[in-house]
Design a protein around this ligand. Structure first.
Ligand code: HEC
Length: 148
């Protein structure tokens, strides 16, 4: 299931990149075609003509950039999965219930603490220091739903 989430992420990233590229290229094509037609003041008219496009793109881009806290699966797929999907650095794999049983036995709070402060080869917050404690807890909760 983790693969599904990450491919969705890639799909959205591709769409956003495409939108940004269109936003950059479209004004260039508009400017080229008008500058020959009305040489005088063509910059002004081109600016006016591209304005709605620029505004539209800004309006669309802003919420994406300021999208609130990331949920557990998102954090897991973008940060934790690098080790916990593959077993890299000796991390217990997310589909290895036996490896998780004794860890789950410590209780949720101990797992939150390990994930936030780091443990053994795992850096604090899995190396993503910009994530909030709650985002890390969400990722731990997500792991717990998969290992139980
Ligand atoms: C660089 C690789 C790496 C990344 C990235 C990583 N981990 Fe880990 N994780 C480990 C390793 C290695 C262990 C085993 C640590 C030990 O027991 O010595 C571990 C253990 C854990 C444990 C069990 C801790 C315990 O007390 O037994 C939890 C919970 C955990 N990771 C959650 C996360 C979460 C949540 C993320 C993402 C925010 C994450 N990990 C990212 C390598 C990683």
């Amino acid at each position: 299931m983790a693969e599904q989430h990450s491919s969705k992420g890639i799909m959205w990233a591709t769409i956003i990149v495409a939108i940004v590229l269109i936003a950059i290229i479209y004004p260039l094509t508009v400017k080229q075609s008008t500058s020959a037609a009305d040489a005088a003041g063509s910059n002004d008219s081109a600016d006016v003509r591209i304005q709605p496009v620029a505004k539209f793109e800004l309006a669309k881009a802003a919420p994406a950039a300021a999208a609130g806290p990331k949920d557990g699966p998102t954090v897991f797929n973008s940060v934790c999965g690098a080790c916990h999907n593959t077993g890299a650095a000796g991390a217990p794999k997310v589909d290895d219930k036996a490896a998780w049983a004794p860890r789950v036995g410590q209780g949720k709070d101990a797992l939150y603490k390990s994930a936030i402060a780091g443990k053994g080869a795992m850096p604090p917050k899995g190396g993503a220091a910009d994530l909030s404690d709650d985002e890390i807890k969400g990722a731990v909760d997500y792991i717990l739903t998969k290992v139980k």
